[in-house]
Design a protein around this ligand. Sequence first.
Ligand code: IMP
Ligand code: MG
Length: 185
Amino acid sequence: MHTLDRDIQRILVSEEQIAEAVRSLAAQIDRDYSESENNLLLLGILKGSVVFMGDLMKQITLPLEIDFMKVSSYGSGTSSSGRINILLDLHRTDLSQKDIIIVEDIIDSGKTLSYLVEYLTLGGAHSVRTCTLLDKPSRRKVDFTPDYVGYEVPDEFVVGYGLDYDEKYRALPYIGILKPEVYTI
Ligand code: IMP
Ligand code: MG
């Protein structure tokens, strides 16, 4: 039990289901990049991806490096501002030798990841793909399809396993739907 459990309306993706998705995504990545030798770079988007990233990197058996970027699209609330600001950039000179997989917690409008794919491609990356634990395809505002998806979820505000509301709930071990009264009062 977690002290924040009482703010959760219902569990959408359990710990077991998350673990199963992580194993399956890692197996797909292992298959797809088996020829890429030392060139795999998992690029986590802070802060939401950290829990997923930590689990995913342990399940991938290929050699890999990790790095992080921080961008802002959401403020402190539950709706997207749509503007992307890079708050922490990559400072590397070896992108042309890297097969990058951007690791995200969730895709909503698609603006963050479509922007980052273009940014890293223009920055000279050897290849760029995207891996998200959760996808809310019904919320898309730009045409964007991730390469690896754990679970498609409905248009509900979810927290846990890295995802926050107002910086809270990131440490919950499952993905839960937040009770609306928690963010409407
Ligand atoms: P996008 O640019 O609209 O696709 O925004 C994706 C980002 O919005 C994610 O990295 C999350 O930080 C945030 N986000 C979108 N939906 C949710 C949600 O249901 N819970 C928590 N964060 C969310
Ligand atoms: Mg995020």
